[in-house]
Structures are given as C-alpha cells and as structure tokens.
Ligand binder design. Sequence first.
Ligand code: EZ4
Ligand code: CO
Length: 429
Amino acid sequence: MMDTSRQDGFGRDGSASDDSASKSGVRARITAARVIVTCPGRNFVTLKIETDQGIYGIGDATLNGRELAVAAYLEEHVIPCLIGRDAHQIEDIWQFLYRGAYWRRGPVTMSAIAAVDMALWDIKGKIAGLPVYQLLGGACRSAVMVYGHANGKSIGDTVEAALEYKEKGYQAIRIQCGVPGLDATYGVSKHKTFYEPADSDLPAEDVWDTAAYMRVVPKLFAAAREALGEDVHLLHDVHHRLTPIEAGRLGRDLEPFRPFWIEDATPAENQDNFRLIRSHTTTPLAVGEIFNSIWDCKDLIQNQLIDYIRATIVHTGGITHLRKVAMLADLHNVRTGCHGATDLSPVTMAAALHFDLSIPNFGIQEFMRHTDATYEVFPNSYRFESGFMYCSEAPGLGVDFDEDKAKLYPYKRAYLPVNRLKDGTMFNW
Ligand code: EZ4
Ligand code: CO
C-alpha cells in the first residue's frame, strides 16, 4: 500500500521508491545524515548516514583547502534530499544527485556525491555481512601494491630515505628532492616522517624555477637507481610544473632509469597536452588526482595518451563513478593508480582498497600513513605488509568514525601553497 502522506505526489520522505525505481523487498530507509568536520592534524570532512535498521555508513568528503564548501553543499543541498530514501539504491541516488543538481561535475559537487556513495556502499556491505570488495565482484588479486613517499632536501637525503622505504618492504617508491636555489619544493617535507603541504592560515607563496628542477631530477633518478638497484619501482610527481614539451624532455631524460611513471607532468584541462608528451617519450604517464569525472579523462583514455589514471574515489563521485572510469580505462590498456595522499581520509583509503582489489586493471595505489590522532578518529583494520596493503574483512568498508574523539579536534583553516616564478608571475603549484 502506498504511504498516504505521499499520495499528492509532493511528499519528500521517500524518493521515487515505492512507485518507480525500487520494487525490491529489501529496504533500508535513510533516517538521518550529518557532516562532521574534524582536524586531527589536518582537516577531514566526514558524512555519516543512518538507516532505520540501526545501521550507519560513513563517507569521506574532504577537499583540501575547500573543506567547508563541501560540508555546506552536503548539509544544505544533499542531506535534505536523502532522508527517506532507500540506502540500497546506490546507483539511483547517484544519478539523482548528479543529474538532479542540474549543475553537473566540479570538485565540490563530486566530492559531496562521493561521500554519499561511500556511505551507501558501507551500509550495503554491513547489511549483507560482506566487505565491499565482495559486492564489487570479489577480489581480482590477493593484495594491493602501494608506493610510499621518499623525500629529502638533497639528492643524498632522498636516496637515504628511499633506502629506508626499501628496507621496510616497499616495492615502489616515489622520490622527490629539493631544487637547488629554492627554499621550498613540492613533495619535500619539513618534518622527517610527515608531509602536509596545506599548513598555513593563508596560502604560503613559494618560488619556482623550471630549469633548475629539470637539471636535478635526472640526477636524482641516476643516484636512486644506483643505490636501490633494478628491482624497485621508482615514481615521481611533477605536480603540474612543466609545459608538454618540457615534460617530453624530462620523460626522455629519465628513460634510462626506467621510472614506473611520471605524474601530473603538465596540467590536463587541455587533454591534447598529453599527445605532445606522448610523442616524445616512452616514460609512462600518470595523471588525474584533481579530476572529478569521467569527462576529465575520456579523451586521455580513449586516445591512449596516458598509462595510469589517478582519479580517486573521494574527488570523482565515489566508488560508483570511479568504477566506470576504470572500465573505460580497461578497454584502452590504462591502469589505475589512485591518489592516496593524507588529505584523503582513512575512509577513502579503505574504499580505495576495496575498489583496487575488485577491478581487473589495477596498477598501483598511493599510500601515505596518517597521523596516530587521525587513526584514533578513524579506527580501521587495513594493514601494510611487505609492500602491499590488505583490506579489512569486516562488513562494509571496515573503517569507523569516533565522533567523540573527532570533537576534540576543531576545524582549522589551512591552505595549500601557491607558486610564483622568480619575476613574480603566478604559476602552478
Ligand atoms: O599535492 O593531495 O600525489 N600526491 C599529491 C598530493 C597533493 C595533495 C593536494 O591536496 O600530489 O601531495
Ligand atoms: Co600528485
């Protein structure tokens, strides 16, 4: 029987479920949802969705430096539409939030949708009694290869840090070193074990020098290969600093050292940029950590201009949308290499591990350890061993959220730095 409160068709308590989309007998009505912003060392935005079955799910909505925009988007524009819907209808809710906004895509919208999507997969897994990767088709591999971040001010310090990673069992290591003549360089931490670039109340202004950078990176790779040997993957993040032709040159200079990839070699708004890089080097190319939909990488993938797509669950509309990206990529020999920096909360990390296990064209997963305070706020049981990450076998995503602990760490405004050339011109960070 139809819910009488909705017979005029204007009821807001239950999506289209009874009359159209859901004929299924299994229902889990969303009764409440809330957003919690916490800063256990850095800011995280977390969505918690509750159902009438007493089961809840959590999702990550963190967008570095723009956290409160996503929190407001969720609170003001998404949560009111969720109440009463059937949490099982993950795809339908995704379509409702994407198409139904009229304004499609963009990092704020897609991070908000991602948080809902993650929370709904978490709920479905808990109800089914299965870890999420099982709902996605089951494991395609026994574990997820991750890469760690070795860095230092000098080449020597960086190589030393990379040797420590190798010692800890890492089979893939990203190497970043300081650029001579520059005070600060992307990827080089001020603290020994912890890198957090969004660390100031207003954007710090760094200085950039392309020529000096392009001189030091090949030397870093030569030294690292020499010290680490052949059987470890070496990666590097250019962080959008080069033009396509400069990236082609760097790729060529690095070829003798066989990098696993160079990442974000050039900005990718113009997807044709990568055609130029591609025509000059066989160094594998990775891009996509700032992408937020399949449309950002469609041409890159279909034209086989990249080797790894780095789009990530939290910024690309959740598991539901990233699966489509992976499926398209699989048709074109592109593998995944999801972003995994510390601004992605342990909820995203857990979701990424389920996703990585379940897709055929997984490549590698970025992994940066969170602080102990962050792990206290987000208790979880995923683990690292000998270069690989292992998923929790708990139902759902296998990561929880301690709201009382979260309250101990209030939001603190924090910006990523910006870059200028030596003459003051604004540049890419
Ligand atoms: O600068 O996540 O590959 N990792 C990266 C990160 C990004 C931050 C920005 O929020 O490029 O360190
Ligand atoms: Co990057």
